[in-house]
Design a binder for this molecule. Structure first.
Ligand code: MTE
Ligand code: HPA
Ligand code: MOS
Length: 793
């Protein structure tokens, strides 16, 4: 019997829950405002009177010392009010989020190209940046370490760590099939549409009120307070929405917020700091480039028995979040496969660039693509189709423990997702057709790959898995919700509003989620690790439950009912007549029942023993599979995505439209990472790919010719909010099947006899080189190729 649950849904079985508001494709709360230009971003708010505009003077070298500074022309430049250097900072000149080592302004040492050295305040944005360009600086320059090889020779940023007992590499060589290789994995620019921005105002108490585009308002609050040497309670951060964050505003929104606040504090006024795109692209961290190696031993059937994997993240000049990012790369070096005896080693290398940071997947993609590449190699070594090898190696009953000791409880679902997708994508027939195509076409080669994704949900730093919310019911029946999560386009506020409406049993339009504010919900975690809804949705649910229980108890007595009433769509039945929600709320108010509550949630079950490197770092895994087909032009290296099929598990979907949007967006963003998005630094440590002119994200023409996204409709066996699953990051990694399909197309040149030298990203140049190497290996020169006229497009 399906019924509307009355009390905490956690007490109910998933099948007991009848969804009237959650589970429906409600429109994103900001959709109309965003398409009509009415949604306010930080730059859209009216500035306070006399607001100043800030610009940063940045370093022209990547490594060394400042020898001399001459700011006279800056200070005399039109509109300039004040120049601020490191000596003007009242408090701490360090904004490292976990480990220290991130100066707000250079103290004379230069650690990366475009490092902020001083702050200019002027009457207008343009005047500030014009003035900043007039600084005259001389440096004692040193040669920056940029490459993996150079970085390996330097002391690491953080200690190395390992999961699993060391595998005996000598015995590994005795395996029936050995696969050994290295994979270079490129980084990625976040390319949020709204760049880094903050508007800071001093308050009458010498505090600061900041609007800023940040995934982590609490961290902005605490770092601003430390920089200004004031107490945390004097700083309030207000965050309505970001025009995208993607991890780039988890720790790295703070610098610009602190600089704007410093300017406001020192002038006792208001300061806005907005980075021009080129400065944003070169002065903020990116996805970490990785240099990984894999050494795998399988039996003659292709079942992996032993593995040793090493992941090396290039972190830039400071630790930032690199400890946890390399951890997550290690946690995902198995992807969905049991590796038998496995050791996984992680290194965090220092390079003289900006400090790399969180980016959708948080190291997971870089770990996962390495094992997927190893499987592709194994397919070449064994002559078996990569899909059948993947099936054989999936976690399964009896082989369900990860290298870090966590059980994969839903290994059945891994197999189910793979097999369902195999059928719905018609994999087997298409594989045969592609084989035939490749046998009869010299120039255009097709590739196909079907691969799984298993992504761990929870912050790996256990203490971050907590959230708070504040819910008020007003006497007109409307509800206001504040919670610790931030809206960056992912639909968090829409989902939280649905959750609260569902919990109360009222229509969605009665619920409003306000901007995220540190004075409403304190001590929050970043909105990251895809856990925004899991954490804040549950905290808001708990707050709503507390109010609802008071209301139900009151209603039972007030209306003389035998049992607590069931509120559906804002009404409930009494013996005489139906009563509506607003009336109930008003009666309760008159009887002095509190209509407000905070709510709190902490994720259960998770733990991790850092010394032993074992535990259950994740509450559950999000699971999915994707199948990609590509055509590669072996004469030019051009590539086209012919078809993508994705089957993805979001538990009970809270909002299918938003979930499918997240899956689609994540895949396309992942497609950019594995294909065209290439970061290029020159030997001086200058980022050459510093603008949309020289850094190419996917455009509409790159969209797959065919794209099918299906949600796996199965309740989360764990007690997550309404049995849903997190969706933000996991589908990013479906793009790995696209990379594998390119690998497959290139390898078809040698009839899958030679391992292609394909790196990540597989840019046109990289694909072409890999094709040429294949032609070389089979003793076929390009001149001999009978060029048919068929080309892509
Ligand atoms: N979707 C949009 N539209 N914009 C974003 O910036 N960030 C992604 C993902 N989806 C992002 C997005 C990242 S990196 C994360 S961790 C999650 O959203 C964070 O939000 P959630 O935890 O509420 O899913
Ligand atoms: N994921 C994303 N962001 C984080 C994490 C994580 O595991 N830990 C700290 N910040
Ligand atoms: Mo997402 S990289 O966890 O902000």
């Amino acid at each position: 019997m399906r019924r509307l649950t009355q009390i905490n849904h956690l007490d109910a079985q998933p099948s007991d829950i009848e969804f009237s508001v959650v589970g429906k494709s409600h429109k994103h709360e900001s959709a109309d405002k965003q398409v009509s230009g009415k949604a306010l971003f930080v730059d859209d708010y009216p500035t306070p009177s006399n607001c100043l505009h800030a610009a940063v003077i940045v370093s022209n070298i990547a490594k060394g010392k400042i020898e001399s500074t001459d700011f006279t022309q800056v200070e005399s430049s039109s509109g300039v009010i004040k120049l601020i250097t490191v000596d003007d900072i009242p408090g701490l000149n360090d904004i490292g989020p976990i480990f220290k080592g991130d100066p707000l302004l250079s103290d004379g040492t230069i650690k990366y190209h475009q490092q902020p050295i001083a702050l200019v305040l002027a009457r207008s944005h343009r005047q500030a940046w014009q003035a900043a360009s007039k600084a005259k600086l001389t440096y004692q320059s040193e040669t920056p370490n940029l490459s993996f090889e150079q970085a390996q020779q330097q002391p690491h940023l953080l200690p190395k760590n390992q999961f699993g007992a060391s595998v005996d590499l000598d015995s590994l060589i005795e395996s029936a099939v050995v696969v050994k290789g290295e994979l270079e994995v490129g980084g990625q620019e976040h390319f949020y549409l709204e760049g880094q921005i903050s508007l800071a105002q001093t308050t009458e108490d010498g505090g600061i009120f900041i609007r800023c585009s940040s995934q982590h308002p609490t961290e902005v609050q605490t770092l601003v307070a430390e920089v200004l040497d004031i107490s945390f309670n004097k700083v309030t951060v207000d965050m309505r929405r970001m025009g995208g964050g993607f991890g780039g505003k988890e720790s790295q929104a703070a610098q610009w917020a602190c600089l704007a606040s410093l300017g406001a504090h020192l002038t006792k006024g208001s300061v806005k700091l907005r980075l021009p795109r080129k400065i944003d692209m070169s002065a903020t961290g990116k996805r970490h480039p990785f240099f990984n190696s894999y050494h795998i031993g399988a039996n003659k059937h292709g079942v992996i028995e032993k593995a040793h994997i090493e992941v090396n993240g290039l972190c830039g000049h400071s630790a930032d979040l690199s400890g946890a990012i390399v951890d997550r790369a290690m946690f995902h070096s198995d992807n969905a496969y049991s590796l038998g005896d496995a050791s996984i080693v992680g290194n965090r290398l220092r390079t003289d660039t900006v400090s790399h940071t969180a980016f959708r997947g948080f190291g997971g993609p870089q770990g996962m693509i390495t094992i997927e590449r190893a499987i592709q190699d194994l397919s070449i070594k064994t002559g078996q189709d990569a899909y059948s090898l993947r099936l054989k190696n999936l976690y399964r009953e009896g082989r369900s423990t990860t290298p870090y000791g966590m059980e994969v409880d839903q290994c059945d679902m891994l197999l189910e997702v793979m097999q369902n997708l195999e059928k719905s994508s018609d994999y087997t027939n298409r594989r045969a057709e592609i084989k035939q195509w490749n046998n009869s076409n010299l120039v255009l080669k097709k590739g196909l790959a079907l691969s799984p994704v298993k992504f761990g949900i929870a912050f790996t730093a256990t203490h971050l898995n907590q959230a708070g919310a504040l819910v008020h019911v007003y006497t007109d029946g409307s509800v206001q919700v504040s919670h610790g999560g931030t809206e960056m386009g992912q639909g968090l506020h829409t989902k939280v509003a649905q959750i609260v409406a569902q919990t109360f049993g009222i229509p969605l339009d009665l619920v409003h989620v306000s901007s995220t504010r540190t004075d409403k919900v304190p001590n929050t975690s970043p909105t990251a690790a895809s856990s925004g809804t899991d954490l804040n949705g549950m905290a808001a649910h708990n707050a709503a439950i507390a109010i609802k229980n008071r209301l139900l108890e009151f209603a039972k007595e007030h209306y003389n009912l035998d049992a607590e009433p069931i509120i559906v769509n804002g009404r409930f039945e009494t013996k005489d007549q139906p009563v509506d929600w607003t009336h109930l709320v008003q009666q309760a108010y008159l009887k002095r029942i509190s209509l407000s509550s905070s709510g709190f949630y902490k994720t259960p079950k998770i733990w991790f023993d850092i010394d032993k490197s074992v535990g259950r770092p994740f509450f559950y895994f999000s699971i999915g599979a994707s199948c990609s087909e590509v055509t590669v032009d072996t004469l030019t290296g051009e590539m086209q995505v012919d078809r993508v099929d994705i089957l993805h598990d979001v538990g009970n979907s809270l909002n299918p439209a938003i979930d499918i949007g997240q899956i689609e967006g994540a895949f396309i963003q992942g497609m950019g990472w594995v294909t065209n998005e290439e970061l290029v630094w020159n030997k001086d440590g200058v980022l050459l790919s510093n603008s949309p002119m020289n850094y190419k994200i996917p455009s509409i023409g790159d969209y797959p010719k065919q794209m099918n996204i299906t949600l796996m409709d199965k309740a989360n066996p764990e007690h997550s909010i309404y049995r849903s699953k997190a969706v933000g990051e996991p589908p990013f990694m479906h793009a790995i099947s696209l990379w594998c399909a390119i690998y497959d197309a290139v390898a078809s040149i040698s009839q899958h006899r030679e391992i292609p030298n394909l790196q990540v990203p597989a840019t046109g140049e990289n694909i072409l080189q890999a094709c040429l190497a294949q032609f070389d290996a089979i003793g076929y020169t390009r001149d001999e190729a009978e060029v048919d006229n068929e080309t892509i497009g």
